[in-house]
Design a protein around this ligand. Sequence first.
Ligand SMILES: [Fe+2]
Length: 274
Amino acid sequence: MTSPVASRPSPQTAGEIGGLSTVLLQITDTHLFASADTKHRGINTQASLDSVLVNAKADARWPPDAIVVTGDIVHDESQAGYERFRKTLESLGPPAFCIPGNHDDPAVLERYLAAPRVQVCGDTRLGAWRLILLNSFGNGEVAGALGTAELARMERVLEKHPGEHTLICMHHPPVAMGSAWLDNPGLRDAEPFMDLVRLHAQVRAVLWGHVHQELDRHADGVRLMSTPSTCAQFRPENDEFAEDNRPPGMRWLELNPNGGLTTEVLRVPGANPA
Ligand SMILES: [Fe+2]
């Protein structure tokens, strides 16, 4: 069952509303470990992340207004892994916004990652936009679940800020990716989540990680995007798990004050030497 779709106005043409765009950098699925030397799927995940960040810092868009990290941050859920990642984020400069993935421990993540410039979950205003960070950690299973409390929080934020273009970030995909092993199930409460999205016309885009691959599509006037991991990649549209040999990557987003959005995934060849 789906709810009625809200009347969703098209983004105004550039120039109708003045002001600067808000630039975001998304990195996801870093899969770090307590030791910076540990490999995951044959990849030194710290070295791969470092290469992605070197590439990001060389980009004309650097520094972004904010960095978003969409889960699976520390694969072994270690204090040392989260502390090292927090220091990395703090050294970059822009404020960072993080959410847990299925491979994280949300309590350990919150304890060792949260800092004055590193926010865990919650929501925030960025320029003309509202950023909502949802926790889809599903009690340690691979599938995600927002749960009634997180869905209610999402609804409260949307009801409180109806005039702000909104980007929702979480770890799990709210739509099918076309791979049975990722989709059955992907996010257990995807239907009530998408019902809320359809009911609130200010939601412009949903952004996630988890799937270690790029997706960019529209549904009900909403932009739906997933992003490559900073380490290993998964082969798209494969019903069984399979690795993909595409390079690690990141996503740049420019959130325009008129509600429009431009985005680009950049891959970093050679970032993940075994
Ligand atoms: Fe992951």
